[in-house]
Write a protein that binds this ligand. Sequence first.
Ligand code: NAG
Length: 390
Amino acid sequence: MFHKKIHIFLFSATFIIIFFETSNAVSINVVSHGAKPDGKQDSTKHFLSAWSSACKSNEASTIYVPQGSFLLNQVTFWGPCMNKIDFKIDGTIVAPSNYVSLGNSGYWILFMKVNRVSIYGGTIDGKGDDYWHCRKAGKSCPPGARSISFSWSKNVLVSGLTSLNSKSIHIAVDHCKNVVIKDVNIKAPSRSPNTDGINVQFSTLVTISHATIMTGDDCISINQGTTHVWIERIACGPGHGISIGSLGSYSNEAGVENVTVTDSVFTKTDNGVRIKSWAKPSNGYARDIKFRNLIMQNVYNPIIIDQRYCSKRECPHQSSGVKISGVSYEHIKGTSASPVAIKFDCSQSNPCQGLKLKDIKLVYLRGSGTSSCKNVAGSSTGVVIPKSCL
Ligand SMILES: *[C@@H]1O[C@H](CO)[C@@H](O)[C@H](O)[C@H]1NC(C)=O
């Protein structure tokens, strides 16, 4: 009697689950729209056809990319759509290695004006090798295509994605609101040019967590017009570290505010946490920035503010208009690969205000480390090694 009850219960529970799944999500397999998992035949129009049926569905839909390798050329998934769309990816999406065929837009996979799009799993391979060679040879090359981009979108989730060998930025977020990027794996060689891991600009409410990023440029860069960013549990390196900026490339520029970077590890990176701005007039700013609970392993500039970022050609003898204020560094430990473990090189015309150092221990292994301050006001508390210049 008792068992029978359980069976009936399980039966109805299963029934209910199936009932809800089928009634609430339309599943669309890209292969049934003609995509070929052979990595050779161009599947762009088949992915677009799957997107178009998902996009006009009144119900939530899941676009399924099964195992195999799918070749996609430049593709834009346009919103707005009628309902929520999930991409569930078990396979690999590959770009053409012929960079000319991607055109001049600077994008490979672009989501434009979407709302409630989630991407689960999958690998995207930007096949950047030939393009990097073009760059390194100093030839005239088209703009490198970012691998996956979200523009003018909101409520975006990227979870469990692997991005390999992008021609330029791996994941770009631009003019977006409420974006979560988690459990991602980003990988390109340390000498691949401008292959930033995750690049954010003109966006608000962005969370990046549990990411492993090994690349040839910034692991993460937060740029103009970006507010309320939370970055947590990042393993960065090789790469150029986590950067705010470059800011101040434009004389009229939106600022960066309320960014937290916490519980992360930097291994053999050029920089740990960096704020950089061009040495030229600008009304940009960076304020309310928190860096805490970080481990630096043989990092060249573990803590750095560089407001003299400049190519000699572009800004001779000028100072940065970008105002940097309210930046705290707390509980940052490890080793510095250069003697100047803490470097604040702020603008002469706009000195940094309200910098705070607390519980810092950055050891230079081949001698005594130092900190360096130019045009800075701030304070330090607790133990600070090397001795604070604030
Ligand atoms: C700062 O951003 C976080 C999200 O990262 C948000 O929860 C918090 O409310 C923001 N703080 C302020 C003062 O706006």
